[in-house]
Ligand binder design. Structure first.
Ligand code: PEP
Ligand code: MG
Length: 826
């Protein structure tokens, strides 16, 4: 008898389906369950459990697997990979509806029908219901190649040439084009038989699994059916506008730098400061993977498990040391590294390679991670592509732990030269050897650059391939502020830079000595300088550097290294600990800002063609108000005893703000707690509407990282457009002024909590625009305060006015530098 496996996220649901099916088909029917996770009551699906259920259900007649949705399907597919090939051939994953399909399949199985017929019955499970309700299209979806069905609309057949098929971006282009016409568009995958799906639904198209070489049938009905098909045909002719972007190739053979003489390489600022010394190429030895016969599979597996444990301990130690030196926010990247170690997408193929193909542990792990890294590199999203480097770094660590391979080394003190660095490489650098960092690739917003900044190592990034051709030991002069490297600089230039370096160090010391003093302009205006933090551990460093409070608690960073949403009590404890460590200083809690570049592993989101413009920040919070309510309840409990304020991220419209505020008011109802409520201004629409927001908020906090990204249409993590993403661009400054003026008119304040606030060069401009609070990472605070002390408000206003007339960030920087030099001389 054919066995049936029910795969569901919920153990209870799976058991219920079995009960119902057994009721219809009788108790003898063989139904096995793979519902929920091993942990009692936990929702989710697990490939290993599915594979075990298939094993129990098999009796030689075949097994039909029915799944609920999403990862259930993925787990079932992965489970197939875990089976021996003879077993796999007996299993059919069926797209039938779970409940109706299980009932119909159970009845057919009980009658002794073969697997194909049982599956056919399951697929027809909805027919009864559809007929009853008079629904159309009660035909089951096929899995085999389909003939184009007879249809009443106009049709178009297309063969897909895109290498990755109709994946997110081309599918999004399809949907946009189809939606532009007054026509009902449907798509069917003729090659796989999947569909039809609505042409206006990204998810619908995604589920058709359209691969390269597949033929699809597009059907359109309605007044503009013909035009819709013509436009789609044209789009297909352009391969759905899905052309690979040129990327910086650092692997190709480097062009040699000019031999001898002065030679400048220009890139971008990674971390401020000047350094000079010989070039030291950072060589990461490729791990040596044993080639001989592998040992017993169980022994190999255990060796891999031990190596992962060792690396887990190493990563945790790195994380703690970075957290101590650079704050928890900067250390959070290592939480993601820990997740790689337990990722089933790596462990499953590694396990298979060891147990089925007899590979050694190092080879199995290396191949599994290389395959996934290659998938990351093939993705459209720059941020995700960068994760390939993180994964490769972790993979190397595990192989080194298995084989005893060495870590990367420098041949002596000097300027580290590398194609690019992983965060782990950067964190483990020996500060006594590394005077500066020069990388051929990378962007100022890469995690390595952020780490270099917080570790105080001058860095220039994106210097291009010629950097790699500079011979070992060549004298280099690195200017981290300008993002340049001089190869074999002239003696006078070195002397000039050395003078500058001494002067910078002197002023840095002055700033550190005065860190605890308030920041007042020359004419006596108080500017509040506060800290951006991500955890309670960040508070001591913030206070030591002179923070007068916290202007931005990125609350999402508190809960990264876990696998479920924190409870209200856990959140309350974290917020209260931070508030207690601040000893009465104000704390601004930003509600969860999840989505785009800040995913939370346990908060699943729909796939989006462009996550930066999708459901993130307050949009996500309003979509899932229970998350926001829990967080606000916890925050209000802390606010009962501490000066806590709340602000909402990524607000675009007044309506969004009112709805978020409505949730807060609802949670606050009946309590005596008062809190000030602010809005982050990081969407240009909100900046332009500041006049409407101002009467309803207690403060504005400008998130210039996102505000710049959206104003300049330059993704914040994309190295190729990093030059555009400078918050001192006059277009961004106009928005800052709009907000500051609206705040002033309505008696509220406007601060800046994006990276621009940490840039001393920007301070006079921001003060001149009317900003009265600056929130920066802890190490930047002394210099920011010092920069405030050098400002004269009237002069700064004039400077800001002039800046608004300019046409580039570079011009504004030049203008501000001249003003600072004049003020220092006066
Ligand atoms: C910003 O966008 O400027 C900001 C402070 O928020 P985040 O960097 O956390 O997105
Ligand atoms: Mg932001």
């Amino acid at each position: 008898m054919v066995g049936i496996v029910i795969v569901s996220h919920s153990g209870t649901l799976a058991a219920g389906v079995r009960e119902l099916a057994a009721e219809m088909a009788g108790p003898d029917v063989r139904i096995e369950l793979a519902g929920g996770l091993a942990e009692e009551g936990a929702l989710g699906t697990d490939a290993v459990r599915v594979a075990e259920a298939i094993g129990r259900a098999g009796s030689g007649d075949g097994v039909l697997v029915l799944m609920d949705l999403g990862s259930a399907v993925l787990s079932a597919e992965t489970a197939l990979d875990l089976l021996a090939s003879t077993e796999r051939e007996q299993v059919l994953l069926c797209e039938a509806p779970l409940v109706e399909g299980a009932v119909a399949a159970a009845v057919a199985a009980r009658l002794g029908r073969p697997l194909a017929e049982v599956a056919e019955e399951a697929r027809g499970g909805l027919q009864g219901k559809a007929a009853q309700l008079g629904a159309e299209g009660s035909e089951p979806a096929a899995v085999a190649p389909a003939e184009a069905p007879a249809v009443d609309g106009v049709t178009l057949r297309l063969e897909i040439r895109n290498p990755l098929g109709l994946h997110a971006r081309p599918a999004a282009r399809f949907v946009q084009t189809a939606s532009a016409f007054d026509a009902d568009v449907e798509v069917m995958n003729l090659t796989s038989g999947r569909g039809p799906a609505a042409g206006r639904s990204l998810n619908g198209i995604a589920t058709l699994g359209i691969r390269q070489g597949n033929e699809i049938l597009v059907t359109a009905r309605g007044p503009q059916a013909e035009q819709a098909l013509a436009a789609l045909s044209e789009l297909a002719g352009r391969d759905f506008d899905d052309h690979a972007e040129p990327t910086l190739q650092v692997e190709s053979p480097p062009a040699p730098a000019s031999a001898g003489g002065e030679h400048a390489l220009t890139g971008l600022s990674g971390a401020p400061g000047i350094a000079s010394g010989p070039a030291r190429h950072f060589k990461v030895p490729e791990p040596e993977i044993p080639t001989g016969r592998a040992g017993d599979p169980q022994t190999e597996w255990e060796a891999l498990t031990r190596a992962r444990e060792q690396v887990r301990a190493e990563i945790r130690a790195t994380r703690d040391s970075v957290a101590a030196r650079a704050g928890d926010y900067n250390a959070a990247i290592f939480d993601a590294h820990l997740l790689f170690l337990d990722d089933e997408a790596l462990l499953t193929p590694a396990r298979r390679a060891i147990f089925e193909a007899g590979e050694n542990a190092a080879r199995a792990w290396h191949d599994a991670t290389a395959a996934v890294a290659a998938e990351y590199r093939a993705l459209d999203d720059e941020y995700m592509r960068a994760r390939a480097e993180d994964l490769t770094g972790v993979a190397r660590q595990v192989v080194a732990a298995l084989t005893g391979g060495g870590a990367a080394t420098l041949s002596g003190a000097g300027i580290l030269v590398a194609p690019e660095l992983t965060p782990a490489d950067t964190a483990s650098l020996d500060r006594t050897l590394v005077l500066g960092i020069a990388t051929a690739a990378g962007s100022p917003t890469s995690h390595s650059a952020i780490l270099a900044r917080s570790l105080g190592i001058p860095a220039a990034v994106g210097l291009g391939e010629p950097l790699l051709g500079v011979p070992e030991g060549t004298e280099l002069l690195l200017d981290g502020d300008a993002g340049t490297v001089e190869v074999e600089p002239a003696d006078e230039l070195v002397a000039d830079y050395e003078r500058q370096a001494v002067e910078r160090e002197r002023s840095a010391r002055r700033a550190r000595d005065a860190a605890a003093e308030p920041a007042e302009t020359r004419d006596g205006r108080r500017i509040e300088v506060v800290a951006n933090i991500g955890s309670p551990e960040d508070v001591p460093a913030a206070i030591k550097n002179g923070a007068e409070g916290v202007g931005l608690l990125r609350s999402e960073f508190l809960f990264l290294d876990r696998d479920s949403m924190p409870s209200e009590d856990e959140q309350y404890e974290a917020y209260t600990l931070i508030a207690e460590r601040l000893e009465g200083r104000p704390l601004i809690l930003r509600t969860l800002d999840v989505g785009a570049d800040k995913p939370l592993p346990y908060l699943r989101q729909r796939p989006e063609a462009n996550p930066f413009l999708g459901v993130r920040g307050v949009r996500l919070a309003l979509e899932q108000p229970e998350l926001l309510e829990t967080q606000l309840r916890a925050a209000l409990r802390t606010a009962a005893d501490h000066p806590l304020k709340v602000m909402f991220p990524m607000v675009a419209t007044l309506d969004e703000y009112r709805r978020a505020r409505g949730v807060l008011d609802g949670v606050r109802a009946g309590t005596p707690v008062e809190v000030e409520v602010g809005v982050m201004i990081e969407v240009p629409a909100a900046a332009l509407a500041a006049e409407q927001f101002a009467p309803e908020v207690d403060f504005f906090s400008l998130g210039t990282n996102d505000l710049t990204q959206y104003t300049m249409a330059a993704e914040r993590g994309n190295a190729a457009v990093a030059g555009l993403a400078d918050g001192l661009h006059p277009a961004v400054l106009v928005l800052i002024r709009t907000v500051a003026e609206a705040a002033d008119r309505h008696g509220v304040w406007a601060g800046v909590c994006g990276e621009l606030a940490a840039d001393p060069a920007a301070v006079p401009v921001l003060v001149g625009l009317g900003v009265t609070e600056l929130s920066a990472n802890a190490p930047a605070i002394p210099a920011v305060k010092q920069a405030v002390r050098e400002v004269d408000t009237d002069v700064a206003r004039g400077l800001a006015e002039e800046a608004l007339e300019l046409s580039s960030a570079a011009e504004v920087r030049e203008l501000a530098a001249r003003a600072v030099a004049r003020s220092a001389a006066s």
